[in-house]
Design a protein around this ligand. Structure first.
Ligand code: 2AM
Ligand code: CA
Ligand code: CA
Ligand code: CA
Length: 273
């Protein structure tokens, strides 16, 4: 694949602009009393309004430039399109963090061409960072902290020194099982993190800030952009052995951590109760 393909460059520029604007909307539009509301009334409704507004901003902007593209978005965007391009969008990944005022949340936008992800953008406005990748062209990030840079995942440490992030589902029976898997893993790893944004975790693997990541129960919009960014940075990604990342299980890791982590998750039956 040719990373300088003008279509892919056009899709990248559009995804970056949409992510920038949606990130600004979420950052500037967040009600100051949201975290207080979390302990009272119905804060989820307020967050849901922001989710929906951000998704609409993204799909409106893209449709204006590319009226024939399809969409799949967490907040309901679902159209086929006729151009062969479909956008896979999570307008706000890390909703619970956003609700509480924690900085780890993101806007995730991917473009698929005939079913394969060709562009991924993840903007994390409160970290001042945006990550992007074009298929075959590597992954890059821009940000105040580490500047503009090419991303490369870390050289593999022994599993016992690997820092691995995960997430927990919201279905209580699944959570207990996930806690059991984490209990078995903790003594075998350096430590475990739980950031609350799957898209940010995948970008942190790409950046060499994490050695691995796994989660169960995710949807296409959580994974699409971050998975391409991780792979273009040299990470391996997958699901159950032999499968692509999906609802049952999504795993990303630096080569050398990915396979032993996948094997352990298989041994611990991480994708079933
Ligand atoms: P969200 O913030 O967009 O809802 C954190 O572990 C990851 O799980 C995030 O990507 C989060 O996405 C996702 N998530 C949150 N609630 C979920 C649910 N009910 N089902 C599946 N995934 C969920
Ligand atoms: Ca999500
Ligand atoms: Ca979301
Ligand atoms: Ca959600």
């Amino acid at each position: 694949t040719d990373p300088t393909d003008p279509l892919h460059q056009e899709l990248l520029a559009l995804a970056q602009e949409a992510a920038r604007r949606a990130g600004a909307l979420l950052r500037d539009g967040r009600p100051a009393d949201l975290a207080v509301a979390a302990t009272k009334s119905s804060p989820i409704d307020v967050v849901t309004e922001m989710d929906i507004a951000a998704e609409k901003l993204i799909t409106d902007l893209i449709s204006e430039h590319r009226p024939d593209d399809g969409f799949l978005g967490e907040e309901g965007a679902s159209t086929e399109g006729t151009s062969g391009i479909r956008w896979v969008i999570d307008p706000l990944d890390g909703t619970v963090n956003y609700l509480y005022g924690l900085p780890t949340w993101s806007v995730s936008i991917a473009a698929e061409q005939d079913g394969d992800t060709v562009v991924g953008v993840v903007a994390a406005p409160m970290r001042g960072e945006t990550f992007h990748a074009v298929r075959g062209g590597g992954a890059r990030a821009t940000g105040a902290w580490e500047g503009e840079r090419e991303l490369a995942c870390r050289p593999a440490p022994p599993l016992a020194e690997a820092l691995v992030s995960t997430g927990f589902n919201y279905v209580s029976e699944v959570r207990s099982h996930q806690a059991e898997v984490a209990r078995k893993l903790i003594p075998l790893l350096r430590d475990i993190r739980r950031s609350g944004s799957a898209a940010v975790d995948l970008c942190d693997v790409a950046s060499g800030r994490l050695d691995g990541y796994f989660e169960r129960g995710l949807n296409a919009w959580d994974l699409a952009a971050g998975d391409l960014i991780a792979r273009e940075a040299g990470a391996l990604t997958g699901g159950r052995p032999g499968e692509r990342p999906g609802r049952d299980l999504a795993i990303a890791g630096t080569p050398g951590v990915f396979e032993p982590l996948q094997r352990l998750l298989e041994d611990f039956g991480a994708w079933h109760d």
